[in-house]
Design a protein around this ligand. Structure first.
Ligand code: NAD
Ligand code: TDX
Length: 340
C-alpha cells in the first residue's frame, strides 16, 4: 500500500494520472493537492471524489506552512509534482506567477520531502527545457544529454525547477526522478491549448487562430501513455535519473488543425493565420530510447487514433468545456486573440 500525493491533480495531465492510478492500484491512497487556479477543475475529478482511497486537498505548493502541515499529517511515500502554470502564451504576458509556482513551489515541496522523508519525489517536466530543433534537421532528437536551452519564461521556469530537483538529489541525497515529456493531448485538456481550442472553435464555427505559418512541429503523445510512463518511473525508475517521454508522432500545427477540421466535417476556410508567438519554438522531437530500453515503455496510441478518441471525448463531454469557455476564459480569449 502506497500513499501518493499528486499535485496539480485537478488539471489536465494530473487529472488523467489520478484516474489512471486509482483504476490500476485500487489499494493505493491518492491525495490530490491543487490550488484550483483557472486551469484546475474539480469536475475532472467528480467520479473519484467519493472513493475512500482518494482525498482532495485545496492548497498552494508554494505555501510552505500549508505544505509542511500536509506532509506531517499524511506522511506520503511518493510525491508526483504536476502542479504548474503550464501555458507558454500566459508566461509571455505574466511571467511572475510561473516563477512563483514552478520554481518556488517546487523548492517548497523538495524541502518538505527532506524534512518529513519520502521514498520518491517525481518531477513532471517538459521537452521544452531543451529549447527547439530546426525544421531543416529532421534527423535530430532531444536525448536526456541535450543541453538545457530554454526559450520562454514558462520553459525557463521548468528548467530551473529541474535543476533544483537534481541539486537536492546531489546535495541531500533526496530520491528524485524527472520526466520530460512532449506535447500531450486527450480528455480534460484545458481549451486554451492548441488541440482543444481548435476542437471547441470548430464546433462553434469560430475562426481557428494559427500562429505564424502553422509550420511549427510538435511531437504529440496521448495523455494515457504519459501516465503509464510516469507510473513505470516512480515504481522502477532509477533515482537521480531523467527520462524523456515521447512517441515519434510529429505533426505540424497546420496538419493538426486540418485533421480536426476534416474529422468534424468543417471548412478549412475557418483557418485564420495570426501574428506569431514571440520566441516561438520551431520543432520538438523526443528520443525515448532510454525509457524504452530501461523500463520497457512504449506509447500505445498512435496520433491518428488518439485524435479521433479525443475529438469524440469533446463531443461527448460538451458540458465540461462549454462551462469553461463561457466563464472568465472569454476575457482571456479576447485579450489574447482580438486584434492579433
Ligand atoms: P494544467 O495547466 O492543465 O494543470 C495544472 C494544475 O496545477 C491545475 O489543476 C492548477 O490548478 C494546478 N496548480 C497551479 N498552480 C498551483 C499551485 N501553486 N499549487 C497547487 N496547484 C497548482 O497543466 P497540464 O497540462 O496538466 O500540465 C501538468 C504538468 O505537466 C506541468 O508541470 C507541465 O509543465 C507538464 N507538462 C505538460 C505537457 C502538456 O502537453 N500539457 C507536456 C509536458 C509536461
Ligand atoms: O491558438 C493557438 N494557435 C497556435 O498556432 C495556440 C494556443 C497554439 N498554437 C501553436 C503554438 C504551438 O506551436 O500550437 C502549438 C501548440 O501550442 P500549445 O498547445 O500552447 O502548446 P506548447 O506551447 O507546444 O506547449 C505544450 O507542450 C509542452 C504545453 O502547453 C506545455 O505545458 C508543455 O510543457
Amino acid at each position: 500500500m502506497m500513499k501518493i500525493i499528486v499535485t496539480g491533480g485537478a488539471g489536465f495531465i494530473g487529472g488523467n494520472f489520478v484516474h489512471y492510478m486509482i483504476k490500476k492500484y485500487p489499494d493505493y491512497q491518492i491525495i490530490c493537492l491543487d490550488k484550483l487556479t483557472y486551469a484546475g477543475n474539480l469536475e475532472t475529478l467528480e467520479s473519484v471524489m467519493d472513493n475512500p482511497h482518494f482525498t482532495f486537498v485545496k492548497g498552494d505548493i508554494a505555501d510552505r506552512e500549508f505544505v509542511y502541515g500536509l506532509f506531517e499529517k499524511e506522511k506520503p511515500d511518493i510525491i508526483v509534482n504536476f502542479a504548474a502554470e503550464s501555458h507558454v502564451d500566459r508566461s509571455i504576458t505574466d511571467p511572475g506567477i510561473f516563477l512563483q509556482t514552478n520554481v518556488i513551489g517546487t523548492g517548497v515541496l523538495l524541502d518538505a520531502c527532506r524534512i518529513y522523508g519520502i521514498e520518491r519525489y517525481h518531477q513532471v517536466s517538459t521537452d521544452e527545457v531543451y529549447g527547439d530543433l530546426p525544421l531543416s534537421r529532421p534527423d535530430l532528437f532531444f536525448t536526456e544529454a541535450t543541453p538545457l536551452h530554454t526559450s520562454s519564461p514558462y520553459s525557463a521556469s521548468k528548467a530551473s525547477a529541474d535543476l533544483l530537483v537534481l541539486a537536492y538529489h546531489r546535495t541531500f541525497g533526496l530520491p528524485v526522478t524527472i520526466s520530460r515529456c512532449s506535447n500531450n493531448y486527450g480528455p480534460y485538456h484545458f481549451p486554451e491549448k492548441l488541440i482543444p481550442l481548435m476542437i471547441a472553435n470548430c464546433l462553434n464555427d469560430k475562426p481557428l487562430p494559427v500562429y505564424g505559418k502553422g509550420e511549427n512541429v510538435r511531437d504529440w503523445l496521448y495523455v494515457e501513455d504519459h501516465c503509464a510512463a510516469i507510473d513505470l518511473i516512480i515504481h522502477n525508475g532509477k533515482v537521480g535519473e531523467v527520462y524523456n517521454i515521447g512517441g515519434h508522432n510529429e505533426r505540424t500545427n497546420l496538419q493538426v488543425v486540418e485533421t480536426i477540421i476534416d474529422a468534424l466535417g468543417k471548412s478549412r476556410d475557418l483557418i485564420k493565420y495570426v501574428t506569431d508567438r514571440p520566441g516561438h519554438d520551431m520543432r520538438y522531437a523526443i528520443d525515448p530510447t532510454k525509457i524504452h530500453d530501461e523500463l520497457g515503455w512504449e506509447p500505445k496510441t498512435k496520433f491518428d487514433d488518439g485524435i479521433k478518441k479525443t475529438i469524440q471525448w469533446y463531443l461527448d463531454n460538451k458540458e465540461w468545456w462549454e462551462r469553461i469557455i463561457s466563464g472568465e476564459y472569454q476575457n482571456y480569449y479576447d485579450k489574447m486573440y482580438s486584434n492579433r
